[in-house]
Write a protein that binds this ligand. Structure first.
Ligand SMILES: [Zn+2]
Length: 694
């Protein structure tokens, strides 16, 4: 939490830093803290009655409410925190040209949107990772140009829009597009605190509030006022802050060492370090400022792949800072802020104890006797002792928040082959996965109404116009005129211009794509467990998972082997979690196909209640054999899934084929695809080598 407050303060002092992305699990009060930020921002002077928050000293010459003369009336108001709901329509964000008034009253009217409201304030997006692509694009455009531009039916409006972008997200629910990630100046990981003393403080505060809400609020307001005053002081000091050459060299050295793209990181770091100096009542940037700035500005910029976990190697950071020439700060920390600026410098990467921590080990044959190997039972969030810089395969120790070695999982590298690693109970060692490839696209037929995504056809607020219906949300001009045309004589039209009434208005019906719930039901039994085959199966499922990630689906994973089925991954948008479960998937035993199908039917019934708009797509990966329970049971279980769009990936191989998967597919009404036909280009006759290079 200390880091979060610090990141917000830095932005309050220097909005040019560019906002904060807050990553963390649910229940960490991150939204509450962000919302409290607005009260701390200095007030802004605006032209009275200008809906676009023009500065009286420098009004926007192209302001839609302008032009404001030199002597325009000004007033002071608090800075705004404007929240963008993730499901907002485009008009809500950019504002709307009111064609209804244009047509019925003959006046041009522009209704400003959230981008106008947020100008000179904060634009806050809770669950920013779930924001629709279309809104993300508009946001990125506005952020890049510092203005918003709207055009409809040949009429256009442009207004200034510069804001602090603050977003929160739960990484378990999916990652952010790199372009958007880069837009955030700073990033902070928050976790529910596990320090008993900190927890006690939270409880104490809560009790104090309940005992005397009025006094508590007064105390709080006093602290807030003081903080706001300090921010204002720091802002005033900022222009005097000097960035010495030594500090600048450190910044560029750190950015180079962490291999960030472009110069944006260097600039953000410099701005953040200067803001920190101003906050600490100094006019010279110190090495401490640089270090804190690096910790907040770099973690999300050094990432290479959407599957990489965030975080910054602090040892490496220290090493680079030290090597960049004896530049040091002798200045003491500001005593009034000491508890917030001197937090434990380990980033809070942890996202909570995993109920089933996967045994993270390296490729050593016997991890128990290796002195460099971190204790696999240590649940601590800090780097394990073996987590040296760029250490292979285990960059952040064995913590539950440790990055999954997805790259290895995806590349099918065989570093653990034959080493006995990941032995788990009685199960045989999991087979590695073949390399991923682009798969064929499976969709749910019909027209859905689910969350925006990139899989099945759906009615959405965006996308291509396919028709019109009565309404005013997004006016369809031609349809409106056509609706008005037959009534012109009856309405007594005499001169030029149509007589249009509000019930003539037609809005667009649009069609786009939705994300689905892709439920994998994977046969992990002995009949599938021949090592080569399991590698191919895992490669296939990983490929489908990657596809689901790109299409913004939710994914779930049920596996069955032995005598029962297991929900290995409850429906989530976190594909990383799916890949992790798959990597350690135990195999062997009998084939309880019926149990797997029953479990799937149960899960889908529950999900239908929870999220009725999200249509499921079932992917059954099996050779069709059922050796626990009778084949008839399996067919009866399949009946429970009728009506669910399904795909059966037939894993049977060899010269003699029983074609059992085909029977199940027929019963499910599913499309049956042979494992080797799953690749997108398999049908085009292109030989696609999806086997691992090794
Ligand atoms: Zn204005």
């Amino acid at each position: 939490m200390a880091d979060l407050k610090l990141a917000l303060l830095i932005n309050a002092v220097a909005p040019a830093v560019g906002g904060v992305l807050v990553r963390g699990e649910k229940g960490t009060a991150k939204s509450t803290i962000v919302r409290a930020l607005a009260a701390l921002l200095p007030e802004v002077a605006v032209v009275t009655d200008c809906r676009f928050s023009c500065d009286p000293d420098a009004p926007d010459p192209r302001c839609p409410d302008g032009p404001h003369g030199d002597g325009a009336d000004g007033q002071v108001r608090p800075a705004r925190l404007v929240e963008l709901p993730i499901g907002a329509a485009e008009d809500r964000l950019t504002g709307s040209l009111d064609l209804e008034r244009a047509l019925t009253e003959g006046v041009q009217a522009y209704q400003p949107g959230l981008l106008a409201a947020a100008h000179r304030g904060v634009l806050y997006v809770d669950e920013v990772n779930l924001l629709h692509d279309h809104l993300v694009d508009l946001l990125l455009d506005a952020a890049a140009m510092g203005q918003s531009y709207v055009e409809r039916e040949g009429v256009s409006v442009r207004h200034a829009s510069r804001f602090l972008l603050v977003g929160t997200m739960n990484p378990e629910e999916g990652e952010l597009r790199p372009q958007l990630l880069d837009r955030f100046g700073l990033t902070v990981e928050v976790a529910a605190t596990r320090d008993p003393e900190e927890r006690a403080e939270v409880v104490r505060r809560r009790l104090a509030y309940e005992a005397d809400p009025a006094a508590f609020a007064a105390d709080w307001a006093r602290a807030e006022t003081e903080l706001a005053w300090r921010i204002e002081q720091a802002r005033a000091r900022l222009p005097e802050v000097v960035l010495p050459d030594g500090a600048l060299r450190q910044i560029t050295a750190v950015c180079a060492a962490f291999e960030v793209d472009g110069l944006r990181a260097d600039i953000v770091m410099a701005r953040a370090a200067m803001a920190l100096a101003a906050w600490h009542d100094r006019t010279v940037v110190t090495a401490d400022d640089v270090r804190v700035a690096a910790r907040l500005a770099l973690p999300h910029r050094r990432r290479r792949d959407p599957f990489d976990a965030p975080g910054l190697d602090e040892d490496k950071l220290d090493e680079v800072l030290e090597n960049t020439g004896g530049y040091d700060s002798a200045e003491p920390q500001d005593p009034g802020f000491g508890e917030d600026t001197a937090p434990d410098l380990v980033p809070e990467q942890s996202t909570g104890p995993d109920p089933k921590p996967a045994p993270e080990t390296d490729a050593k044959p016997d991890s128990g006797t290796d002195p460099e190997d971190p204790d696999p039972d240590d649940p601590g969030p800090d780097d394990g002792p073996g987590g040296g810089p760029d250490g292979p395969g285990d960059p952040a120790g064995p913590g539950d928040g440790a990055p999954v070695d997805i790259e290895q999982a995806l590349s099918g590298e065989e570093s653990g082959e034959g080493s006995g690693k990941r032995a788990r109970g009685d199960s045989p060692e999991p087979a590695p996965a073949d390399a991923v490839y682009r798969t064929r696209v499976f969709t749910v037929p019909g027209l859905g109404e689910g969350a925006p995504g990139r899989r099945s056809r759906a009615r959405t607020p965006y996308g291509r116009t396919t028709g019109a219906r009565p309404g005013t949300r997004s006016v369809h001009l031609t349809a409106t005129l056509l609706a008005a045309a037959p009534h012109q004589r009856a309405r007594g039209r005499s001169g030029p211009g149509l007589v249009v009434r509000s019930d003539d208005l037609r809005e667009r019906v649009r069609e786009g794509r939705e994300g689905n719930l892709v439920l994998f039901v994977v046969d992990a039994s002995g009949s599938m467990a021949a090592r080569q085959r399991m590698r191919a199966v895992k490669g296939a499922v990983l490929s489908l998972l990657l596809d689901a990630y790109q299409r913004r689906d939710k994914v779930g994973l049920i596996t069955f082997r032995g005598t029962s089925a297991e929900l290995a991954l409850p429906p989530t948008s976190s594909v990383e979690a799916g890949a992790r479960r798959l990597e350690t998937l135990p195999t062997g035993g009998r084939t309880p196909l019926a149990a797997g199908l029953l479990r799937a039917a149960e899960l889908l019934r529950a999900e239908r209640l929870r999220d009725p708009a999200r249509r499921p797509l079932l992917v059954l990966v099996t050779d069709g054999r059922a050796t626990h329970g009778s084949p008839a049971d399996a067919l009866r279980a399949a009946d429970l899934l009728r009506g669910v769009t399904s795909v059966v990936v037939d894993c049977e191989r060899g010269p003699v084929r029983l074609g059992l998967a085909g029977g199940i597919a027929a019963r499910l009404g599913a499309e049956a695809v042979r494992l080797e036909e799953l690749a997108a280009d398999a049908l085009a006759g292109v030989v696609h080598d999806h086997r691992a290079a090794a």
